[in-house]
Design a protein around this ligand. Structure first.
Ligand SMILES: *[C@@H]1O[C@H](CO)[C@@H](O)[C@H](O)[C@H]1NC(C)=O
Ligand SMILES: *[C@@H]1O[C@H](CO)[C@@H](O)[C@H](O)[C@H]1NC(C)=O
Length: 216
C-alpha cells in the first residue's frame, strides 16, 4: 500500500511538474511606459535610451553616448538597402511590439517579442527587427527584414525581450521560441561602426531604455 501511495505521489509530481516550469524562469512583469501605463501590443512607442546609458564599444574621441531614439537608416555607403537599426537624435521612429501569442495585449518582461518600426520604407525588406551577423563591423547587429509571428526555428533571429533594469529596462536577445535552437544570447546596445553609424546590436553590457508612448 505504501509503495502504491509512493507511486501515485511520484506520478502526481511528474504530471504537475511541467505546469511549474514557467515559475522557474525569470519572472514576467508588465512593462511600464514613461507614463507608468502597461505597454500594449500593437500600440506605437518610441524606444528612448536612458540619457546616461553609455556605449560599451566606445572609441574615443568619438562620443560614447550616441542618441536619444531608435530609427531605421541605411548605414553602408552607396547602398540604400537593407535598412539597419541606428540611434539618432530626437525621439526616433515609432515602434510596435508583438508577443508570440498575438491575442496578448499586455507586454511583459522576459517574454519573446517581435519589434517593428511603424514607418513606410523604400526598401523591399519589412521593418521588423532581425538580428544578423554584419561582415563589415564583425558584430551582430539589428537590421530589418524580420517577420511577425510564426515562432520557431525559422524565425529565431526575429525575437527580442525586454528585461527590467533598476527603474528602467533593457533589450535582450535570447529567443525561447525554438527548443532545439541554441541562440547565443546577448544584450542589445549601441556602438559606432567605422562609418560613424551608431548601430544597434549585441554589446557586452546592458543598455537602459524606456518606452515613450507616441500619443498619450
Ligand atoms: C511612475 O512611477 C514611479 C515609481 O512609483 C514614480 O517615481 C514616477 O514619478 C511615476 N511617473 C509618472 C509619469 O507618473
Ligand atoms: C539617414 O541618414 C542620412 C545620412 O546620415 C540622414 O540625412 C537622414 O536624415 C537619415 N534618416 C533618418 C530617417 O534618420
Amino acid at each position: 500500500m505504501r509503495s502504491l501511495l509512493f507511486l501515485f505521489a511520484l506520478l502526481f509530481a511528474l504530471c504537475t511538474h511541467p505546469f511549474h516550469g514557467e515559475a522557474q524562469g525569470p519572472i514576467m512583469q508588465d512593462v511600464l511606459d514613461t507614463n507608468n501605463n502597461t505597454v500594449q501590443a500593437g500600440k506605437d512607442y518610441y524606444i528612448r535610451p536612458v540619457p546616461n546609458s553609455v556605449s560599451t564599444i566606445c572609441r574615443p574621441p568619438a562620443p560614447c553616448v550616441f542618441g536619444s531614439g531608435f530609427a531605421l537608416n541605411s548605414t553602408t555607403p552607396n547602398k540604400a538597402c537593407p535598412l539597419n537599426v541606428v540611434e539618432v537624435r530626437g525621439t526616433g521612429q515609432a515602434l510596435t511590439f508583438t508577443p508570440t501569442n498575438p491575442n496578448t495585449r499586455d507586454i511583459t518582461t522576459n517574454s519573446d517579442l517581435n519589434i517593428k518600426f511603424d514607418v513606410k520604407s523604400n526598401c523591399p525588406e519589412s521593418t521588423v527587427w532581425r538580428l544578423v551577423s554584419d561582415a563589415s563591423s564583425g558584430q551582430r547587429i539589428v537590421t530589418s527584414g524580420g517577420v511577425i509571428g510564426n515562432p520557431g526555428q525559422s524565425t529565431v533571429s526575429n525575437w527580442f525581450m525586454i528585461q527590467k533594469d533598476d527603474d528602467d529596462y533593457n533589450l535582450y536577445f535570447c529567443p525561447r521560441v525554438c527548443e532545439t535552437c541554441k541562440p547565443v544570447c546577448g544584450n542589445i546596445g549601441a556602438f559606432l561602426d567605422n562609418n560613424g553609424n551608431s548601430l544597434v546590436g549585441i554589446t557586452d553590457k546592458q543598455y537602459k531604455v524606456r518606452f515613450q508612448p507616441v500619443s498619450s
